[in-house]
Design a binder for this molecule. Sequence first.
Ligand code: ZN
Length: 378
Amino acid sequence: MPITYEHIKTCKQTGARLGRVHTPHGSFDTPMFMPVGTLATVKTMSPEELEEMGAKIILSNTYHLWLRPGEDIVEEAGGLHKFMNWDGAILTDSGGFQVFSLSDLRDIEEQGVHFRNHISGEKLFLSPEKAIQIQNSLGSDIMMAFDECPPYPASHDYMKASVERTSRWAERCLAAHKRPEEQGLFGIVQGGEYEELRRQSARDLTSLDFSGYAVGGLSVGEPKDVMNKVLEFTTPLLPTNKPRYLMGVGSPDSLIDGAIRGIDMFDCVLPTRVARNGTCMTSNGRLVVRNAKYARDFGPLDENCGCHVCRNYSRAYIRHLIKANETFGFRLTTYHNLYFLLELMMQVREAIKEDRLGDFREEFFEQYGFNKPNAKNF
Ligand SMILES: [Zn+2]
């Protein structure tokens, strides 16, 4: 198997897992956050900077690379790692989420999904076989099965039909996989907020030999307590000897709460996207550095952060760059936000090691301000 999970210990206070995932491009400790590099680049960051901040695995998007530059060009370059000069691990999604979220004109049938290219309007078709073929060409370490991502909320009847189709598509993904010795493939458990459907989806998918399992269909607009409840009844249905990945989640509180519910891997565009609006994650909560009150603030974004941005640049300077639309400003906030989440995951791993993740959560939430009424979150 190209992807293996090594369990190190379980936190006695919370049940969170400390582990290590081994891939053909190195190993990473879990729980881990994966920065998102949609178009074979984590926007404004160089691979050298990602390495410096401690990123071990990044995510890239199949749908976007399929449209631009085309997976054949990436393959000709020697695969995605060579193409973008990143030697760490890469996870690619299946394209399903983008097809379902970017395109209003789509038609789902048993064979796959017909939709229009969001750039050119051209008619396209994505199926389990096509999604795997593209990912085989990209050469990611971890590929994702092609699934349907139903909107929230979806009726029980709709969700049941969707879960069953996703299970049939999962089998087709495994059958279409041409490089099983070099690339892992994860299945995606769906079922929305319905426990019985999550159970059905997990049963179907765990009967197939995937190298890991994702919990999909969360962080799609449902309240956080619904997400936590779904995780509580879903992660126990997944094998303990394989990695578990919560898709599309990246706010600091949800990372901690996901780890507590047995999740090992997370990804989200949130830290990089908000960075480009001048919004930063700090140990004292959300900081909108664009705001006028920082015009003469010569302190760092976060006095508790050891990143090179916080050691060398002031809020006033970063605010000025962002206000002036200077690329360097976006680079600084992006670097800090990614560093902040990678560092947070390191603290989570330390806390698991010492059986005190519950205490850590309390302290972090208190300092971050989540416990205050009207706390500003992401
Ligand atoms: Zn920093």
